[in-house]
Design a protein around this ligand. Structure first.
Ligand code: OOB
Length: 522
């Protein structure tokens, strides 16, 4: 993971404190015992109860054969059992692999196979669109399926000692730009450092109430400062089953929510709905927006419409997280995506040849630091290109760095579509489409969209009779791909434009197609 000299420095500077996730929960139970930790519908769970539940589930899973270092694919909606499961696994020293509720057979099957998962934990309750997650058991083979409604329980006295703080704690998913998603190995030490600092930057206290709107397993609502930051601070977590204003606005008022995290399209929906209903939350203090670029015109509406402060968050599951600080002036908060958490977050902005560009110039963002990974999990070959020889992560983001260290995200150099915060790897979708009998070749590119920021467009060279968008979407659904990865648009072409000399570059091809699209659409 980190070279010894860096690990030593991060410990000496007090970033890596030797705390594990189980320590976090135990100290919560000790310090905030009878205070409410989690609200899920009518259920209210105190800090002490949360720890007891996690330990008992840990013992149950252990009795069922889940062992230290086993990987367990976890796919749960925003429910209290999410905490039982992940803290149970943390206690055992088994590693959750954080799938999203939107993932289907293609993704779940891959996560289970790639990680050789011992179990797949999901819910027996159908999702809002009627999907029954139990049907994923077939894809999850050979992992055993365990339902959140039916978690095993046991006597915690039977548990072996917990994991070391430097150990791998879980595998998070990368947004991805490759055919198969890469997994991100995070340790207790590195992740909890980012969590504690995030809670501090966001001024969480035991009086804070954090509302989870986005899927709880995503890095943003989990750790920036998210639910883990809330537990660190002794705050209260409120789980929302849906991000829709009709559900969320009454919940914010009922529970006195003080802070929540949204992606830009949701922020827009909330702003419009709040204006229409003249709703102004009394309790809301901070609205965090991140995951995709927030345009200044929308950013500027947050304070006047919702009567709260805006915080922009530019982060990545691989590590680096930037925040605008709560006391920074409007020109920073509205126009930048913040600055890094740590004084030891090293940020380089470079040109195509990895030479530094001047402050204020656009370049590729490279980063290294006390909570940024040094490599993806079991991906030696890809790591050669995704990291520099001296260990900087190539984020694939194009940014400008301002004098004070604030970053402005200007675009992207990776083969990814950021669909309102949901990340789609072009190659992953293309690989599936190439299996369609009517598709000779396919390239997926991002197209600008007023609402989502970007949508996906697939260019297809057909074999004979051209397929329709509906055909392709049905085909991808049949192959078990998550709905957000379905192309939004289709362009049928006779052939792809010729790229540079010699071998075909998919990247060059995608950029040619993207420019053709913008010129033809005007
Ligand atoms: C968050 O994490 P991921 O891993 O889903 O996606 C990371 C990528 C970044 O590399 C960047 O391309 C994009 O998402 N991104 C933003 C952004 N925040 C993330 N692009 C522009 N403006 C922003 N504010 O998305 C994530 C993780 C932790 C906290 C917040 C977001």
């Amino acid at each position: 993971m980190w070279p010894a000299e860096f690990a030593r420095r991060y410990r000496e500077r007090g970033y890596w404190t030797g705390q594990t996730f189980d320590d976090l929960l135990r100290s919560g139970a000790e310090r905030f015992g009878d205070r409410v930790a989690v609200v899920d519908g009518e259920r209210r769970i105190t800090y002490r109860q949360l720890r007891d539940r996690a330990l008992s589930v840990a013992a149950g899973l252990y009795e069922q054969g889940i062992r230290p270092d086993d990987r367990v694919v976890v796919q749960l909606p925003n429910v209290a059992e999410f905490f039982d499961v992940i803290f149970a696994l943390f206690r055992i020293g088994a590693q959750p692999v954080f799938a999203l509720p939107a993932h289907r057979a293609a993704e779940i099957g891959y996560f289970c196979r790639h990680t050789e998962a011992a179990a797949f934990i999901t819910t027996g309750v159908a999702s809002a669109d009627g999907f029954d997650h139990r049907t994923l058991a077939a894809a999850a083979t050979p992992a055993r399926m365990i339902l959140a409604e039916d978690l095993p329980r046991g006597d915690p006295a039977t548990l072996p000692p917990g994991p070391a703080p430097g150990a791998l704690a879980f595998l998070q998913l990368s947004g991805g730009s490759t055919g198969l998603p890469k997994l991100i190995p995070r340790t207790h030490d590195d992740y909890l450092y980012s969590v504690r600092e995030s809670a501090d930057i966001c001024a969480l206290t035991p009086d804070s109430v954090y509302l989870v709107v986005l899927p709880v397993a995503h890095n943003f609502p989990m750790s920036s400062p998210g639910v883990l930051g809330a537990l660190h601070a002794g705050a209260r977590i409120v789980l929302s089953p849906s991000p829709a204003p009709a559900t969320v606005f009454p919940l914010i008022d009922r529970e006195g929510v003080t802070i929540t995290a949204l992606v830009p399209p949701l922020a827009l929906v909330w702003l419009d709905a709040a204006e229409r209903a003249s709703w102004r939350p009394d309790s809301l203090d901070v609205l965090q927006v991140g995951g995709a670029k927030l345009v200044p015109s929308v950013a500027a509406r947050v304070a006047p419409v919702l009567g709260c402060r805006l915080q922009q968050v530019f982060g990545m599951a691989e590590g680096l997280v930037n925040y605008t600080r709560l006391d920074e002036p409007d020109e920073i908060v509205l126009h930048t995506q913040g600055r890094p958490i740590s004084p030891d977050d090293e940020v380089r902005v470079v040109d195509d040849a990895d030479r530094p560009v001047a402050d204020g110039e656009v370049g590729h963002l490279l980063t290294r630091g006390p909570y940024t990974i040094r490599g993806y999990w079991r991906a030696d070959e890809h790591n050669q290109v995704a990291f520099t020889p001296d260990g900087f992560y190539r984020t694939g983001d194009l940014v400008r760095r301002l004098d004070g260290g604030h970053l402005v995200v200007e675009g992207r150099a990776k083969d990814q579509i950021n669909r309102g915060g949901e990340k789609i790897a072009a190659e992953e979708v293309e690989d599936h489409l190439l299996a369609h009998p009517d598709v000779h070749d396919a390239a997926v590119v991002a197209v600008p969209d007023l609402y989502l920021g970007e949508r996906s467009c697939v260019f297809v060279v057909p074999v004979g009779r051209p397929p329709t968008l509906g055909d392709l979407r049905a085909f991808l659904r049949e192959r078990g791909l998550a709905a957000y990865k379905m192309p939004d648009k289709l362009r049928v072409v006779d052939r792809f434009p010729v790229t540079g000399v010699g071998k075909t570059s998919r990247r060059e091809l995608r950029s040619l197609l993207r420019s053709r699209l913008s010129s033809s659409e005007g």
